[in-house]
Design a protein around this ligand. Structure first.
Ligand SMILES: [Zn+2]
Length: 469
C-alpha cells in the first residue's frame, strides 16, 4: 500500500482582527456561543492540522444564503477574492498544502453562479471550484499558484446596489513562511475561545451508518469464502457513483458532468437490481454530495458488501484523439497498472479527495491492523473481482461499446477492499461525442445499467454454485 508523506498544513486565520469590519452585523453573543467546535475525529491526521476561526453573523433562519458571483482581482503577489452572497454567512477559511489550496467552508450555501464561472484563475488563484461538501456544508476550493496567506477576511453587509460579500486577500509568502506559520500554535493575540479551534480535515460522516472506531478489526469475512449455510439471505451490492458535490469529475458541459452521469446510471442500476428482489442494494451517495474515497470504502465494509461496483466516466485531455477513443472499460485493483493510461487514470480518480479540499491522510492504525488480515483474503477476493470483470465485459459487449482494450487494472483507492470483490467501471469517454450523447441520455444510461445488472446476476449465480459444491 502507499503511504502518503504529505502533511496537512494550515494557517490560523486571525478573524478577530477583522471583527471591526463586520460592524453592526456581528452578533457577539452568537460568536461566543458558536465558538468553533473541533470536528469529530475519525482517523485524523497525526501531524500538522489546519487552524481556522469562524465568524457568526446575525442570521435570518428563513432564507438560505446564495453565492451569486466569485470575483478575483489583483496580481500574483496579492489577489483579492470576493464572494457575493445574498445574506450573511458563517464562514471558515483555512489553507492546505500538497498542493497549496485555500478552503472556504460555509454552512448551507447555495451556488447560483454563471455556468461559465469556476476554473478560470487570476493572480495567485490558478483555479477554483465549489459545491456541496456534506449535507449542510458547502465549500469553495481555491487552487493556489504557490504558498499564500489569507489576510483581511471580512464580511461586508449589503449596501445600496452592492450585494453583501465575503472578501479576503491571498498574499504570496515563501514555502518556509507557510511551513513556519502552521507549527500548530495560533497567534498569541487570538481569543482564547478560538484557541484550539483546530479544523480537523476529516469530514463529518455524511453517511448514516455508524462509524467504526480506529483499531477495530475488519468485519468478519462473509463472502466470498463463507461456509455454505451461513450465507446472508440476500447478497449486499454496494453501488458507488463516482464524484459528487464539490467534485464534479469530468466536466463535459455546464449541465453534463461525470458526477451527474454516474449518479443517474447508479440509480437506474439500483432500480433494476431491486426489481428482482434478490439483493440488498446500497448506494454510497444518492444525491449530489461529496463523499470521500475513504468513506466509500468504509461504507462498503460497514454494509459487509458482497460486491462493490464503482461507476465513473473517463475523458481524454488530448483533443486530437478525443473522437477516436471511446468505449467502456472495467478495472480491478492492482498495484501494478495494466498500462500507463490506466496508471494515470487511477491517479486522477484518486485525487478526488484532494480536489474537494481534503488533506492527505497518513496511514492510520486502522490500516495497519487491517493489513495483517488483508493477505489472508485478498487473493481470493482478487479472483472474484476478476471473475466479475469478465462477466461485465461479456454482458456489456453486445449492448455497450467497449474500449479497444477494456480489461484493465490499476491502484484505485476505492477498490482497496480486502473482503469485497470490487470493480471500477469507466462507462465511456465523455470527450467522445458518441459516448457523451449515450451517457447523457436516460435511455443510454438504462442500457448500460441493465448490462451491469445482468452481470451481477451472473456473478452471484456463479459464486453460489461454487459455494454449494
Ligand atoms: Zn471519475
Amino acid at each position: 500500500m502507499s503511504i502518503s508523506m504529505s502533511r496537512t498544513r494550515g494557517i490560523f486565520l486571525a478573524f478577530l482582527g477583522t471583527l471591526g469590519a463586520l460592524g453592526g452585523a456581528l452578533n457577539s453573543t452568537a460568536l461566543a456561543q458558536n465558538a468553533p467546535v473541533p470536528q469529530p475525529s475519525v482517523g485524523k491526521p497525526t501531524g500538522g492540522g489546519a487552524w481556522s476561526a469562524q465568524v457568526k453573523a446575525k442570521s435570518d433562519p428563513a432564507a438560505k444564503p446564495r453565492a451569486t458571483a466569485i470575483r478575483l482581482t489583483g496580481d500574483e503577489k496579492r489577489t483579492q477574492v470576493r464572494i457575493d452572497v445574498t445574506r450573511q454567512i458563517v464562514a471558515s477559511l483555512f489553507t492546505l498544502d500538497a498542493p497549496y489550496r485555500a478552503i472556504i467552508d460555509v454552512a448551507d450555501l447555495e451556488f447560483r453562479l454563471p455556468a461559465t464561472e469556476g476554473g478560470r484563475g487570476k493572480g495567485l488563484v490558478s483555479a477554483f471550484r465549489y459545491g456541496q461538501f456534506q449535507a449542510g456544508r458547502s465549500r469553495v476550493v481555491i487552487d493556489l499558484a504557490g504558498p499564500a496567506r489569507i489576510e483581511n477576511a471580512a464580511f461586508t453587509p449589503a449596501a445600496g446596489k452592492e450585494q453583501g460579500a465575503l472578501t479576503f486577500d491571498l498574499v504570496r509568502i515563501s514555502a518556509a513562511e507557510f511551513a513556519a506559520i502552521i507549527g500548530g500554535t495560533p497567534p498569541p493575540e487570538a481569543d482564547p475561545k478560538l484557541r484550539g479551534a483546530r479544523h480537523d480535515e476529516t469530514p463529518l460522516p455524511a453517511l448514516s451508518a455508524p462509524s467504526i472506531p480506529p483499531g477495530t478489526p475488519p468485519a468478519p469475512v462473509l463472502a466470498p469464502g463463507v461456509p455454505p449455510g451461513m450465507a446472508k439471505p440476500r447478497p449486499v451490492v454496494v453501488i458507488d457513483p463516482g464524484h459528487g458535490g464539490i467534485d464534479p469529475g469530468t466536466v463535459a458541459s455546464p449541465t453534463v458532468t461525470e458526477k451527474s452521469v454516474t449518479l443517474a446510471v447508479a440509480l437506474q442500476l439500483r432500480n433494476i437490481l431491486l426489481q428482482g428482489r434478490h439483493y440488498d442494494v446500497q448506494l454510497t451517495r444518492q444525491t449530489d454530495t461529496f463523499v470521500s474515497l475513504d468513506q466509500r470504502v468504509r461504507f462498503s465494509r460497514q454494509h459487509a458488501a458482497d460486491l462493490f461496483v464503482s461507476i465513473h466516466a473517463d475523458a481524454l485531455a488530448e483533443t486530437g484523439l478525443a473522437q477516436a477513443v471511446r468505449g467502456a472499460t472495467v478495472y480491478v485493483l492492482s498495484d501494478r497498472a495494466s498500462d500507463d493510461a490506466a496508471r494515470r487514470l487511477a491517479e486522477k480518480e484518486n485525487a478526488a479527495d484532494v480536489l474537494a479540499g481534503l488533506a492527505a491522510m497518513p496511514a492510520s492504525v486502522e490500516d495497519q491492523v487491517r493489513n495483517i488480515l488483508i493477505d489472508l483474503v485478498q487473493r481470493e477476493t482478487a479472483n472474484y473481482s476478476a471473475t466479475f470483470r469478465g462477466l461485465l465485459l461479456a454482458n456489456m459487449r453486445d449492448r455497450v461499446p467497449l474500449a479497444r482494450d477494456p480489461q484493465r487494472s490499476a491502484a484505485f483507492k476505492v477498490l482497496k477492499q480486502p473482503e469485497t470483490p470490487s470493480v471500477l467501471i469507466e462507462l465511456g469517454y465523455m470527450s467522445n461525442a458518441e459516448d457523451l450523447a449515450r451517457l447523457s441520455k436516460p435511455e443510454g444510461q438504462r442500457q448500460i445499467a441493465s448490462a451491469i445488472a445482468t452481470a451481477v446476476d451472473a456473478f452471484f449465480a456463479k459464486r453460489d454454485a461454487k459455494l454449494e459444491r
